[in-house]
Design a protein around this ligand. Sequence first.
Ligand code: COA
Length: 260
Amino acid sequence: MNYKTLLLEIKDHVAVITVNRPDKLNALNAQTINDLNSVFDTLKNENEIYVIIITGSGEKAFVAGADISELNKLNVVSAKEFSERGQSIFNKIEQFDKPIIAAVNGFALGGGCELALACHIRVASETAKFGQPELNLGIIPGYGGTQRLARLINSGRATEYILTADMIDANEALRIGLVNKVYPINELMDSAKSMATKIAGKGQQAIRLAMKSIRAVNEISLKEGQKLEASLFALCCGTEDFKEGTSAFLGKRKPLFKNK
Ligand code: COA
């Protein structure tokens, strides 16, 4: 599992993907997009990996956007393919059935902000800065940013940030719900790993079913969502982990989930 632009570290059921182009502030070139596609295809089939963290190399950037030297060469035909390719990989991330935590350690701009938005949980360092600066380049966000940012922080705020191209600092990101938690930079990865370990300690079947139910929120009505929730809740109650979890509580002991 070697990638030209990514580092992959696996420990205790948690995989950490680091986008590793620090000299270009981890900007997403075509190789990085391909590597991200491959790494998620690989991790999907790794049964012993329960949670994934994605971060950027160095202390300055998570991902400073799509690689502008490649953007500069796009025309109206290649631009559509470019946007659709990125969207499909970020959709794969959003649809991934294992939780993915973005540990945002610096600039998360353009495609970097969109990558964080596609993840299921976002935590950030105090030094993180988010933004969709595409308008400064004469383009609009093309990897799902107009859609996911508007859904996450509301369309009025998303319109302001996209049209002004202003950056959002970590405190503001926390205030508007763009990130869940903010940590000093030297505590970010330990905190993200400790959240991942907590999630990895639950029954993974229930984790996947909870994610499936939550994911439906943007696609179906409340009524349909509740129907889905009831079916998935019922599925949980057919698992050994359900028996173990409830019996452990009643027996005043810690549950030992087997993911069955
Ligand atoms: N694409 C390609 N290269 C990028 C990049 C990007 N999105 N973002 C940064 N880089 C490169 C710079 O060109 C520079 O390379 P060089 O040393 O070979 O000249 C290197 O990364 C360091 O960036 P630099 O601009 O010198 O750092 P800075 O601290 O002065 O500024 C930013 C940091 C993030 C504010 C600035 O790099 C920036 O605005 N980047 C573009 C962000 C953007 O518009 N992203 C959306 C793209 S759709």
